[in-house]
Design a binder for this molecule. Structure first.
Ligand code: GRF
Length: 200
């Protein structure tokens, strides 16, 4: 399966996918990595792995909708079977979902439906939950609302800070991402209502 991965930052989730894809039995290849900003470590990781990269910045387009359509076209040019948002910090819009909807997954550092949005680890800490985690889900028009593909749990420790908790989540998140994307690639998947099943 051909994967296009979109990143906005450090790209540790991307790195885990690149390493998994180095084994042919994994059943997927990262064919391109895109970002909404230049100069980030995620893009450098792709370049070091010899993977094509592109940057699509909102400010280079007259409207957000134009940016979304341009991003959709850049992604489409690489003919992905699956698009993985791995720490991509922008919401994709109508054109993107029209082109790629149903085969776009995103990873969220909380147990959906708890704590959607950008502050999952901080909100889990503030709320005082004892268990949090990460969620891989199908991207739809909402914020972290799509059907759940996989989840993994992580304990919250008494002395956690946002950073220590997010770091622990990210370790589990990477494992979940690599396992679930590999299964989607090798086995296929079907979506029925809220349920996602591996297999064709
Ligand atoms: C991940 O925890 C992701 O879920 C969140 O930001 C982090 C990205 O990390 N949205 P990285 O760029 O993959 O290192």
């Amino acid at each position: 399966a051909r994967l296009v991965v979109l990143v906005s930052g450090g790209g540790t989730n991307l790195q885990a996918l690149l390493e998994a894809c180095a084994d042919p039995s994994y059943g997927a290849q990262v064919v391109a990595v895109g970002a909404d900003r230049p100069g980030i470590e995620g893009l450098a990781r792709a370049e070091r792995a010899g993977v094509a990269t592109f940057v699509c910045r909102v400010q280079d387009h007259p409207t957000r909708a134009d940016w979304d359509a341009a991003l959709a076209a850049e992604v489409a040019a690489h003919r992905p079977d699956l698009v993985v948002l791995a720490g991509f910090m922008k919401l994709v819009g109508e054109s993107f979902l029209a082109a790629h909807g149903g085969r776009v997954v995103n990873t969220h550092p909380a147990l959906s439906p708890s704590f959607p949005g950008m502050r999952g680890p901080a909100e889990a800490l503030d709320y005082g939950v004892k268990v949090t985690g990460a969620t891989l889900f199908m991207v739809d028009a909402g914020v972290d609302t799509g059907q759940i593909v996989a989840q993994t749990t992580v304990p919250v420790e008494d002395d956690d800070t946002v950073d220590s908790l997010h770091d622990r989540i990210k370790v589990a998140e990477r494992t979940m991402l690599v396992e679930a994307v590999g299964r989607m690639a090798r086995e296929g998947f079907t979506v029925e209502g809220r349920r996602v099943r591996f297999g064709r």
